[in-house]
Design a protein around this ligand. Sequence first.
Ligand code: ATP
Length: 331
Amino acid sequence: MFLSLRDVTKRFGAVVAVDHVNLDLSEGDFVCFLGPSGCGKTTLLRLVAGLESPDEGEILLQGTDLAGLPARMRNFGVVFQSYSLFPNMTVARNVAYGLECRKWEKARIDSRVKEMLALVHLDKHAEKLPHELSGGMQQRVALARALAPEPAVLLLDEPLSALDAKVRESLRGEIRELQQRLGITTIMVTHDQDEAMEMADSIVAMNRGRIEQVGTAEDLYWEPETRFVGEFIGRLNLLEAPALLAGLGSHGQDTVLAIRPEHVALSNEGAHSGTVRSVAFLGNTMRLGVEAAGQDLEIEVHGRRKRLNVGETVNFELPADRVRRLASSSV
Ligand code: ATP
C-alpha cells in the first residue's frame, strides 16, 4: 500500500476526534474525507500531514512509519481553505518560496515556477501580488505552490469552500484534471457531497471520528451500509409507518428500512396512497412531499410534463428491490 493508516486515534481532552481509523490508499488515488462538521475529517488530514500526532496507531508511507517526522520533512503538499499566500510576495515568489527553502538551484527554481504557473494557467500573472487576483486564482497559486516541490502526496483541506459557486464548480474540474495528469496521490477534506462525488475515486464517509463506509460515489449512493451514509449522500425516506412497512419483511432493532425518493413509483395501481403536500418543479425532476399512512415521504418524478397539485391524492408503489435495510446506528 502507498499510504496506510493503522488504528489511528486522536483525542483532544475528552473528545475523541479520530477513533481507530484504518485506511489504505493506492498510489495515484484521489480520496475524499467526507462528513459533517466535527466528524474528525480535518484532524485526520492534519495527522497525515504531520501537523498533529496520533495518540495511538501509525501512519505509513510506502511501509515507513511517519511518526516523529515533522510536517516539513514529509514532502506532502498542503492547500488550506484560506489561501494563506504570502501577501507581500509576487505569485512567482510564492511558488518559488518552498523550493528556495529546499535549496534548489536558481535556474531549476525558475523553470519549475514557470512550469507550475503554466499548469494552473497563471503564467501571465507571475509578477502580480496575491491581492490583485481573484479568490479562485489565489487558490490556483496555492495549488501551484503545493505541487512545485514534487510532493509525494497532495493534501487539500476544504480548498474550494471559500469560493463562490461558479468558481468552485470550474475549479473542481480543474483540480481533478490536474490530479489525474500528474497522477499524484491526493486526499481532500470536504463536507460537500457533490464535490466528493464529482472529484474523488473513493469517498471515506466519516461520522463522529469513525469511518462509516469507504467506496466509490456509486457504492455509497446505491449500496449505503448505514442510515448515516444513506442520509448524508443523496436523499432518503425512512419507512416508519406500519402500513408502508407491510410486506417488506421485518426490520430488526438495529436496522431501518429506507428508499430513495426517485425509487418510490407513482402508479394508479399502486398499493399505497397519499396526499400531495408540496410540489417543487426542478426542471428534469418534480419533487413531491407526500403524506401517506401518517408519515411524510419525498417522491421524485422524472420527465413528467403534467404538474401535480397540492391536495391531490396519488397512488404509489414501494418496490421491494429498491427498499434498503440499513444499520440504524453507526458502525
Ligand atoms: P469542521 O468541518 O467543522 O472542521 P471536522 O469534521 O473537520 O469539522 P475536526 O475539526 O477534525 O472536524 O474536529 C473533530 C473534533 O475534534 C471536534 O469535536 C472538534 O471540536 C475537536 N477538535 C479539533 N481540533 C481540536 C483542538 N485543536 N483542540 C480541541 N478540540 C479539537
